[in-house]
Design a protein around this ligand. Structure first.
Ligand code: SAH
Length: 205
């Protein structure tokens, strides 16, 4: 299928990630006027002025996380819910948070329809993480901050990995990988990306 071929060509080579992306249909998460472009490797607009990420970037971020089946994963920035659905195929439990209650509601409805029972979607300012569920084995942030938020670093398990875009919102950002070791945090730059900004507080809808 063209979709998987393009993913491979753009560097998504991890077998578990490719299987997850073959299993989870992107179309229900796109909806509306752009649905005929669901299988294009491009970001698309969704409600609340947000975007569903480009499939190859979803694949590259998922593989950069080096997720294992027993892991508990936090995603900040539910958006359409597509990335969370991919993560749900790779680990034991996904917590996903968004500052827009309406996006969380719509994503939850799709998770239910697809019978993805290991995802918990919560309306919250994800910059603060989810202290009650911490620590997390893996954290993925899908909105850009200027620096990794302190509470997220604190909620990363020792041995854990966080992947996030850093940089100013109107510029090309860097996707970085943070590994927490006994001694501290190791940072690695992965690829240039463009994400919507990580904003403070809750959205209006
Ligand atoms: N992962 C999504 C795409 C995310 S777009 C997908 O697969 O479709 C970025 C999302 O981050 C937006 O929905 C936006 O509302 C959310 N966001 C921005 N700042 C946030 C914050 N502080 N806490 C939680 N969500 C935030």
């Amino acid at each position: 299928m063209q979709f998987l071929f393009t993913l491979r060509q753009r560097g998504v080579t991890n077998a578990r990630v490719l299987t997850a992306m073959e299993t989870i249909d992107r179309a229900p998460f796109v909806r509306g006027t752009f649905s005929e472009r669901s299988y294009d490797d491009t970001p698309l607009p969704i409600a609340c002025g947000q975007t569903i990420s480009q499939p190859s970037v979803v694949g590259l971020m998922s593989q950069a996380l080096e997720i294992e089946p027993r892991h508990k994963v936090l995603e900040v920035g539910t958006g359409s819910g597509y990335q969370a659905a991919i993560l749900s195929q790779l680990c034991r439990r996904v917590y996903t948070v968004d500052r827009h209650a309406s996006l969380v509601r719509e994503a939850r409805a799709i998770f239910e329809a697809m019978d993805l029972t290991n995802i918990t979607a919560i309306t919250a300012d994800g910059s603060f993480g989810l202290p009650d569920q911490a620590p997390f084995d893996r954290i993925l942030v899908t909105a850009a901050a200027e620096d990794p938020p302190g509470p997220l670093l604190a909620q990363l398990a020792v041995g854990g990995i966080m992947v996030l875009p850093v940089g100013q919102s109107d510029m090309v950002q860097s996707l970085i990988r943070v590994r927490r070791t006994d001694a501290g945090f190791d940072y690695e730059e992965l690829l240039p990306v463009r994400f919507v900004p990580l904003l403070e507080g809750l959205g209006q809808d």
